[in-house]
Write a protein that binds this ligand. Structure first.
Ligand code: PEP
Ligand code: CO
Length: 450
């Protein structure tokens, strides 16, 4: 309490007094300040009204009346800001949402890790590439992936802003214009799958996919039953506080971070005494917090109170990413602590970040079965606790990449070099994502309301 009462007043710049981890060190501070000033004059990327609407939908999901599909790249790349790649990302999320909604008998709320997911926290500040020690890559808004572009450049923040607006503008126009070519990326993937010797095994899944697509088309494309249009929200990790502050604007009595609808605080920056929690406690967007197996139940209760002092429905999403082996040991105590404190949160599961392995050559990968295993255990623990899993959080792409092992095509470690494109963590590819949606449908059927 003592700690909280000293913090009852909030100002959008109050975080600057505290330690902020994972912030770039700009060699030219004058140039950095000039960029922040320019960002502060630019239009909001999303509107407060949409943010409020999303909070309402997350509240519904927390109560078990909707289900959340949250997903996209680990880190977006500027070179992927193309119509085809954005279309493929949107389509895989929409197709998965139809499969999930069919199984759950609930509307599915779609939130992309998109239009602003350009910032990465990194465990190591430096790495060695071809014998040279260089700063690690921190996302296209900070530095470049090429070894000779690793110096943080503030101009990249402006580029990030404009890539986010271009991406969201294209998403909005696709939604308003309808999806005439829903089958297109599907047929393209089907073609590549048919070439493989595993086609026989894959056939049954493809038949399900076809059914799902017909199902989607039969209810008028992908329009939301209530709103008469597709609803889709954006999110990214709220990491770079200078950038987030510049896009945070007052509206009535409240402040909204207009860089995205939902911001989440990463596992590495959720310390209550530090700048990220201080900044985000004062903005009115829904806020996610990632929780690894090191999360202490008492700490998480205190953190939840800090971020959501008024217990506002739909404000807080707790995203567990414990690792397949840790769920049964760790999750029950977290759920119990939050429930006994009387807190209303949306529980989410990110089955990706606790199941990452590094191969001998340095590639990071994740195995399809571990991802599925964490989900299975998480659904089971929530069922036993009498709580709802409000949704799932994936790193995935609509493209045919080779980054995670397993799945119906049984990608092996030796297959990963073929099309490993991620600049950071490995994503489920198009086929693995669809298959994942079918497999978790089973858990959702058991969780159906009423
Ligand atoms: C991420 O979501 O890409 C990420 C870095 O996650 P976490 O903070 O859970 O490690
Ligand atoms: Co990641």
């Amino acid at each position: 309490m003592g700690n909280r009462s000293s913090r009852t007043t909030w100002s959008p710049d109050g975080w600057q007094r505290l330690e902020a981890r994972h912030q770039p060190d700009y060699p030219d501070q004058t140039a950095y300040q000039a960029v922040l000033e320019q960002l502060a004059t630019l239009p909001p990327i999303v509107f407060p009204g949409e943010i409020v609407q999303l909070r309402g939908r997350i509240a519904e999901a927390a109560a078990g009346r909707q289900f959340i599909l949250h997903g996209g790249d680990c880190v977006e790349r500027f070179i992927d800001c193309t119509p085809q790649t954005i279309t493929n990302k949107l389509k895989i999320l929409l197709q998965m949402s139809v499969i999930l909604s069919h199984a759950a008998r609930r509307p599915v709320l779609r939130i992309g890790r998109i239009a602003g997911q350009y910032f990465k926290p990194r465990s190591a500040a430096f790495e060695t590439i071809a014998g040279r020690t260089v700063p690690t890559y921190r996302g296209d808004t900070i530095n470049g992936y090429a070894a000779d572009q690793r110096e943080p450049d503030p101009e990249r923040l402006l580029k990030g802003y404009f890539h986010a607006t271009a991406t969201l503008n294209y998403i909005r126009s696709m939604i308003d214009g309808g999806f005439a070519d829903l089958h297109q990326p599907y047929s393209w993937n089907l073609h590549s799958i048919e070439q493989t010797h595993r086609w026989g095994e894959y056939r049954a899944i493809v038949d399900h996919i076809l059914d799902a697509i017909h199902f989607m088309e039969s209810f008028g494309g992908l329009r939301n039953e209530n709103l008469g249009r597709i609803d889709f929200y954006t999110s990214h990790e709220g990491l770079h506080l200078g950038y987030e502050r510049a896009l945070t604007r007052p509206e009535g009595e409240r402040w909204y971070d207009t860089s995205a609808h939902l911001l989440w605080i990463g596992e590495r920056t959720r310390d209550r005494a530090q700048a990220h929690v201080e900044f985000f406690r004062g903005v009115s967007n829904p806020i996610g917090v990632k929780l690894s197996a090191t999360a202490e139940p008492r700490d998480i209760v205190a953190l939840a109170r800090e971020l959501d002092p008024d217990g506002e429905a739909g404000r807080l999403m707790l995203i567990t990413r414990l690792g397949e082996e840790q769920v049964r040991g760790r999750l029950p105590d977290l759920i119990e602590a939050v429930a006994s404190a009387g807190l209303d949160v949306a529980w989410m599961c990110d089955p990706m970040h606790g199941n990452t392995t590094t191969l001998a050559g340095g590639r990071k990968t994740r195995d399809f079965d571990s991802v599925l295993g964490e989900l299975d255990a998480t659904f089971e623990v929530h069922r036993a606790a009498g709580t709802h899993l409000a949704g799932v959080h994936f790193e995935l792409t609509g493209d045919d990449v080779t980054e995670c092992t397993g799945g119906a095509l049984e990608l092996a470690e030796r297959d990963l070099e073929a099309r490993y494109e991620s600049y950071c963590d490995p994503r489920l590819n198009y086929a693995q994502s669809l298959e994942m949606a079918f497999l978790i449908s089973r858990f959702l059927r058991e969780q159906r309301p009423g």
